[in-house]
Write a protein that binds this ligand. Structure first.
Ligand code: DKA
Length: 135
């Protein structure tokens, strides 16, 4: 299930991300950098089922390690401290972050043409970020 997500992905487009960051409560200066940054997403899984997701960019590199369906504490690139849980839903890798009574979801899908699409949802705001596989 997770195998198709494993690899190094490079972001090629990002739609409505500024509004998504605003909905998260990200301040102006960080949004400016966030809008300019094209991260690489590096996803690995070991034989114990531990998954590593690393988002790497000139702005910031953040790495999280977790098992599916097991909540853990995450510090996000914009410095939110969230309780996060990953699951597989309809073949997609779904990340739910909860903090300060709020919730956002990042649903990642690998499409038939081999792209990784990250759909970021906060309330009624949706951002879509597209990645292509590098390795
Ligand atoms: C993705 O492309 C989604 C990343 C979501 C990051 C939210 C906060 C960014 C603040 C700069 O995998």
């Amino acid at each position: 299930m997770v195998d198709k997500f494993v690899g190094t992905w490079k972001m090629t487009s990002s739609d409505n991300f500024d509004d998504y960051m605003k909905a998260l409560g990200v301040g102006f200066a960080t949004r400016q950098v966030g809008n300019r940054t094209k991260p690489s997403l590096i996803i690995n899984m070991d034989d114990q089922g531990m998954i590593c997701v690393k988002s790497q960019s000139t702005f910031k590199t953040v790495e999280i390690k977790f098992k599916l369906n097991e909540p853990f504490e995450e510090t996000t690139a914009d410095d939110r401290k969230t309780m996060t849980v990953f699951s597989i839903e309809n073949g997609n890798l779904v990340q739910k972050q909860n903090w300060d009574g709020k919730e956002t979801t990042i649903e990642r899908e690998v499409t038939g043409d081999g792209k990784l699409i990250a759909k970021c949802v906060m309330g009624d705001v949706v951002a879509v970020r597209t990645y292509v596989k590098e390795a």
